[in-house]
Write a protein that binds this ligand. Structure first.
Ligand code: PEP
Ligand code: MG
Length: 560
């Protein structure tokens, strides 16, 4: 049991104030009340008479129409700056709601089983969800989640309380879930929820990356969370320290309010803020971003540039790959926001856990070990790579832009990519298009084979970025998103720490230690940062919201 009762001896404290320890996902303070995300909805099990069948079917049809209208209104009122992934999720939901064959199943059930609409809807939805869950294709598998969401929506409409199970998220809500799902994170972002806490420990999952990208104060790995709070429980979420304080006393609330007010008065820096250790070593700090909007966070947090732009998030979950022109606009906007600071643009890393809908379709039996990242481009879709390289090169004109290649395993892949890059450059020259001819080329070190080949790789490219989220999962043979093996994905494992030391030592043998950066989540993990500094790492790409905490840790720590 990890729940701690606070200050039992202090009469100013609320006797019920409890602190639930967890692990910070994204720093920041939120003061509000709990809103449970995955509550169990009551499903009526009522039989109906023969003469009620037709009105019951009609009641179901009306609920479907109301849900469709609700979704249409929602889409129409969405901000034009809503991310592509958010818009696409709603598109998928609209498509599922429009599927009459599912609704026919529910109406048939009402007639044949003589049961109420709620019972039949739940029964048919569970059957379809189970079918999706059995599918190998991760894209189709994840559609089961959409069916679950929609069934819950329809149940709420049937109950006559469309806001029922998901009463609208209030500006004071802190969302709580057992799980850590990307769809939930997008919902929280869209509804401007204050913060998020969960029991899940999949802290290098994409949902966790999205939480940081959206800057939503959040904590994971709170073991007894759902047993400790209820809907409406007042809480303080302290994402800086990774704790959730339930039923805080007035004094605790006042202390936290003072902290948040002081933070709000701090001015955003206008130039990159130096990051220096106590013994005076300079540390390079750049930002990880998932969409062009987030480039502003790099400025707001005083970072030196974009260390990793995960461009695959420009692809909709439905699988729509942006055109060359759309990509150019996205990359150029980041380059212009960076105004001369370095921007590392990674080519699409699709496959594995990042199924990106129909854009992937090359999953195999074990997608993470299948056609993913640069393999997909070279083996399946070199034209898509050419288009992306054209867009990046065009956007690079007059800037300090670099290219990053994901999921590299062999030197041959690098040679092939360089060949394609030189062909694309040649074509642009012929067309008289201006671009950064000296654009730097970097490689993500994400597979053990690439890590061991560090020296050879550095002889072929300008720099390497350690993608430790994948490097750890492939090194430990433990899926980064699978909560059952989360214990294996431990960056403090001695063998993994040895690998990190090995990579830097190998780079150093040819004087390339300055061409090595870490951009995986361990660089945003406050417990890992001092270790990485002691190992000799000096360049990091982090979730922008971590920047202040990172600088403080550096200033307090020494690299000796
Ligand atoms: C990584 O694997 O560490 C990484 C930065 O890439 P991604 O998380 O996008 O797979
Ligand atoms: Mg990766």
């Amino acid at each position: 049991m990890t729940v701690q009762s606070n200050h039992p001896e202090n009469p100013d404290r609320n006797p019920q104030e409890i602190t639930l320890p967890g692990t910070s996902i994204c720093p920041g303070i939120a003061i509000g009340q709990i809103h449970l995300l995955d509550v169990n909805i009551y499903i009526p099990q009522d039989p109906i008479d023969a003469e009620q069948i037709s009105p019951e079917q009609e009641r179901y049809t009306q609920a479907v129409d109301a849900a469709k209208q609700h979704l249409r209104n929602h889409v129409a009122s969405m901000h034009s700056d809503s991310s592509i992934e958010t818009q696409a999720i709603f598109e998928i939901h609209q498509a599922i709601l429009a599927d009459e064959s599912f609704h026919d199943l529910v109406r048939n059930c009402i007639e044949q089983q003589g049961m109420c609409a709620e019972f039949c809807l739940n029964q048919e939805a569970q059957t379809v969800i189970a079918q999706f869950n059995d599918m190998r294709d991760p894209y189709l598998k994840s559609r089961g989640e959409d069916i679950r969401d929609l069934a819950q929506n329809l149940l709420a409409f049937l109950s006559g309380e469309p806001q029922g199970h998901q009463h609208p998220i209030q500006a004071t809500d802190i969302l709580v879930s057992r799980h850590l799902h990307s769809s939930e994170v997008i919902r929280i972002h869209q509804a401007q929820g204050l913060g998020f806490a969960c029991e899940s420990s999949a802290l290098s999952s994409h949902a966790a990356i999205l939480l940081k990208g959206f800057g939503i104060p959040s904590i994971g790995k709170i073991e007894t969370l759902l047993a400790s709070v209820d809907e409406g429980t007042p809480v303080i979420l302290d994402g800086d320290r990774g704790i959730l304080i339930a039923n805080p006393s007035t004094q605790t609330v006042e202390e936290y309010k003072a902290r948040t007010e002081a933070a709000a008065h701090r001015k955003a820096p206008t130039s990159p803020q130096p990051c220096t250790t106590s013994n005076g070593e300079r540390i390079a700090l750049r930002a990880n971003i998932e969409n062009p909007e987030q480039a502003k966070l790099m400025l707001a947090h005083g970072l030196e540039g974009i260390g990793l732009f995960r461009t695959e998030f420009l692809i909709t979950p439905g699988g729509q790959v942006p055109s060359e022109e759309e990509q150019y606009v996205a990359y150029r906007s980041v380059v212009e926001t960076a105004a001369g600071r370095r921007v590392n643009i990674r080519t699409f890393d699709i496959g594995g856990d990042k199924d990106m809908g129909l854009a992937c379709r090359c999953t195999g039996r074990n997608p993470s070990l299948g056609i993913r990242g640069i393999r997909r481009h070279l083996m399946v879709d070199p034209d898509e790579l050419r288009i992306q390289l054209r867009a990046i090169l065009r956007a690079s004109h007059g800037s300090d832009t670099a290219l990053l290649i994901p999921m590299v395993t062999t030197l041959e892949e690098i040679a092939q990519t360089k060949q394609i890059l030189s062909e694309v450059k040649q074509a642009l020259r012929k067309e008289g298009v201006e671009f950064l001819d000296s654009i730097k080329l970097g490689v993500m070190i994400e597979t053990p084979a690439a890590a061991i080949a560090t020296r050879d790789i550095l002889s072929m490219v300008d720099f390497i970025n350690l993608g430790t989220n994948d490097l750890l999962q492939y090194f430990m043979a433990a899926d980064r998103d699978n909560e059952q093996v989360v214990e294996y994905n431990d960056p403090t494992n001695p063998a993994f720490l040895w690998l990190l030391e090995f990579i830097l030592a190998e780079a150093g043998k040819t004087g390339h230690e300055d061409d090595v950066a870490i951009c995986g989540e361990i660089a945003s993990n406050l417990e890992m940062i001092p270790r990485l500094l002691r190992m000799g790492y000096r360049s990091f790409s982090i979730a922008p919201v971590i920047a202040d905490a990172f600088r403080t840790l550096c200033a307090e720590g020494s690299t000796k």
